[in-house]
Each structure stands twice: as structure tokens, then as C-alpha cells.
Design a protein around this ligand. Structure first.
Ligand SMILES: [Ca+2]
Length: 411
């Protein structure tokens, strides 16, 4: 509760300094404390749309959400899962997996993880519960796997013990090739599609951006595998000489968000360089352009390659952000817990600015955006919708938090 109060003032100043005139006030009102980890605060929502019609809408949306900090002191929390027991499962990038009780108590690190190459952007990253978790206790993790004089992103399966203290039968089912020295651009989000296959998004490791255009490696790719690691027979590059058979789509930079919409379509986002963060709807076999085309530029300015944004045969993003927001985490809001008009929004976290962006979409088009939680004061690493239809956020900090976004229930 105190930490929330602490963050409000400097953040308000910082946001105003950035020129977000949409912020009129950040008001925090304490409610009855429920325990060491519980705090409530009223949070006003700000919008980048400072001009009148959109700003009026933003004001109407203000006060829809109040933040409830469920747990703190999570060391660079990265990914969130919801256990049928009502507990939460959280990865910490530093190589730990923890269970959080509904009342916010944080468990000791779970046993059963392999050696993980923690450092820079690498470590224990995403998690996804199997769609049949209640029956098979299976979950999927991706992490930075050491080896070959360096590391790469690996996808593994494991079973969570009945007491939820141990991972059993940990098994790597896919390893990105090649392994390279370096600490950057591991990508790493896992999505189970309705056909039961897994999509894993993979970065191009920063030093090897041109390899995103080559099919003989897994750098800058989306890959698709069965839950036991077998390659689906209908993957798009099966039978192509020199192509890695796991590849689903290519020409990606560093994706850190992936989710399905209500129709089962796959949406991803990825970090651009300086500007040009993208939302894509990856289709099998398609080329998403990096680094041949980009809406961004190198850090410090100039051109990447020929400095072009479009080219024949290369897919355009459905949306891009310039300046970059550094997106991480993504989910469709399918509930009406925040009002019927928010249902169907794509919710994306921002590392760079520490906000959520509510992306209003119509079918596969982006209509507009609204920025939420600009007072949160930490990088947002993950956002997911819980079984209760509410949104949950993980923040990426030495004292990262698990936060529930409650409807404000205005009088
Ligand atoms: Ca692209």
C-alpha cells in the first residue's frame, strides 16, 4: 500500500513530463487493508488521446479499474498461469518458479527445474498450462538453455505435483538452433492452438538478424510442434530442402507476446528496433519482413538495410508503434467484467513506459488504442485474463508484483 503511494507522485510527474496531457489527476484512496500483501487503490486511467472526443471517452473509462496488489517481491516476474486450485503460478526470469496462494503468500521456489542460463534478457521465461491440465497436470515452459558455447531458447514440458511444490518429468521437447553466445532476443511465448499444437515465438538473438530471413535455422521464427516435440505433418516447410521443419513463419525480430482471439486466430507482437514494434497475425509459411522491411530504424538513427517499409512478398504488420512501447504480454479480454464495450479488446503490456494499452480491434483491423495504468510505476511484463474474467498483470522489477485489475464498481 505504501509502495503504491510512493509510486504515484514521481510517476505523475514523469508522465506529465512526457507530455501526456490526458492525465488530469492520479488519486489514490486506501481501503481496508486485508493483509501484508494486499492493498487497494483507486487509479485514474490516462489516455494519450488528449484531444476532446477521445479524451472524453478516456474520462468515461477512468475509474473503471482499481488495482489490487496480490503479491510483491517477485524477482523479475515474467509469466503467469492460473491453477485450478485457485493459486497462481509465476516464473521469475532469474530462474525460479513459484506458486502464489490466493491470499498472496508466495511459495519457496519449486524443485525440478533444469540448469538455466540466467543473464541479460535470458532466464526462465514463459509458461502455459496444458488445456487438459486438470487431468494431466502438464505445463509447458520456455527458458534460456545453455549449451554449445552459448545458449538458445528451449521449450519443455513437465508435470506439476499434486501438492504443487515440485515439477516432475521435466523434458525439453524443442531447442532453438543454433545456440549462440549472447544475452538478447530470446523471444519466448507459448500458445496452444485449438488443434492441440504449440506455437513458440523465437527472437533472432540480435547479432544474427539476417538469419531471420533464412529457413535453415530457428532465429527470428515462429515454430509449431506437437506437445511431445514431434513436428506436425502439415507444417508449411515440410519437405523443403534446407528448411527447418518446425518453422511456422519467419522474418520476426523479438516477439514477446502471443495469444489467440475468439476465432482461434494467432496474434503476436514483436519488438522493433528504434520504433516499429509490430502486431502481426502470423500465417503459415509467410515472411514478416525483418530485417528487410521495418517501420523502425537503428538505435541512434539511420537506415536498416535499404531503409524500406514495404516490399513484395513480405507481410505488413496489422499495427505498429513508433515510438516503440517495448511490448510484452498480450491477451484478448473476452469477459465483460469491465463493461461490454471493453470485451474483445487486445490488451498489451509496455515495458518501456509501464502501461497497458487497450487496442480496439474490429475483426483483424486495429481501430484505436487507449493507454491504461500509467501510474503503475513498473515495467509490465505479462498480462492475462484469469478464469474469473479479470485481468492480471506481472511487473518486471527486482520487487515485481502480481496485480489484479478489479472493476471499480462505481456508486
Ligand atoms: Ca515485420
Amino acid at each position: 500500500m505504501i509502495s503504491l503511494l510512493r509510486t504515484a507522485s514521481p510517476l505523475q510527474s514523469a508522465a506529465l513530463h512526457r507530455g501526456f496531457a490526458g492525465i488530469r489527476a492520479i488519486s489514490l484512496k486506501l481501503r481496508a487493508p486485508l493483509g501484508v500483501f494486499m492493498a487497494y487503490a483507486w487509479v485514474f486511467i490516462a489516455s494519450l488521446y488528449a484531444t476532446s472526443p477521445a479524451f472524453s471517452q478516456a474520462q468515461a473509462n477512468a475509474e473503471r479499474i482499481r488495482l489490487e496488489v496480490i503479491a510483491e517481491s517477485l524477482e523479475h516476474a515474467w509469466a503467469l498461469g492460473f491453477l485450478p486450485s485457485g493459486r497462481f503460478l509465476v516464473t521469475e526470469r532469474v530462474g525460479r518458479l513459484r506458486v502464489i496462494e490466493a491470499d498472496g503468500r508466495v511459495s519457496a521456489p519449486l524443485a525440478g527445474l533444469p540448469r538455466i542460463d540466467v543473464g541479460g534478457q535470458g532466464g526462465l521465461l514463459d509458461l502455459a498450462l496444458d488445456s487438459n491440465f486438470e487431468r494431466n497436470r502438464t505445463l509447458f515452459l520456455c527458458f534460456t538453455e545453455p549449451g554449445g558455447g552459448g545458449n538458445s531458447t528451449a521449450l519443455a514440458r513437465a508435470e506439476l505435483s499434486a501438492d504443487e511444490r515440485t515439477l516432475n518429468s521435466f523434458q525439453v521437447i524443442f531447442s532453438q538452433q543454433p545456440k549462440l553466445p549472447g544475452r538478447h532476443h530470446f523471444g519466448c511465448r507459448i500458445v496452444e492452438r485449438s488443434d492441440g499444437t504449440l506455437i513458440l515465438v523465437l527472437g533472432e538473438r540480435f547479432s544474427r538478424m539476417n538469419d531471420a530471413q533464412r529457413l535453415d535455422n530457428h532465429l527470428g521464427k515462429l515454430v509449431r510442434v506437437h506437445k511431445d516435440g514431434r513436428v506436425p505433418a502439415d507444417n508449411p516447410f515440410i519437405g523443403h530442402a534446407q528448411a527447418r521443419p518446425e518453422i511456422f513463419s519467419f522474418g520476426h525480430r523479438n516477439p514477446q507476446g502471443a495469444t489467440l482471439d475468439a476465432q482461434g486466430r494467432l496474434w503476436t507482437h514483436e519488438h522493433g528496433p528504434q520504433g516499429g514494434d509490430e502486431i502481426n497475425l502470423p500465417q503459415p509459411g509467410r515472411n514478416y519482413g525483418w530485417p528487410v522491411i521495418t517501420h523502425g530504424e537503428p538505435y541512434g538513427g539511420g537506415k536498416i538495410g535499404a531503409g524500406i517499409t514495404h516490399a513484395p512478398g513480405l507481410e505488413q504488420p496489422v499495427h505498429y508503434w513508433t515510438p516503440s512501447i517495448a511490448p510484452s504480454g498480450m491477451t484478448f479480454l473476452t469477459s465483460e467484467r469491465y463493461g461490454a464495450d471493453w470485451r474483445g479488446s487486445l490488451i498489451v503490456g509496455s515495458l518501456k513506459f509501464g502501461f497497458l494499452t487497450r487496442v480496439v480491434v474490429s475483426d483483424t483491423r486495429v481501430i484505436r488504442e487507449e493507454r491504461l495504468l500509467q501510474s503503475i510505476g513498473q515495467r509490465i511484463r505479462d498480462v492475462r485474463q484469469g478464469p474469473d474474467g479479470l485481468l492480471y498483470v506481472l511487473t518486471d522489477a527486482p520487487n515485481g508484483r502480481l496485480i489484479r485489475l478489479n472493476p471499480a464498481q462505481l456508486p
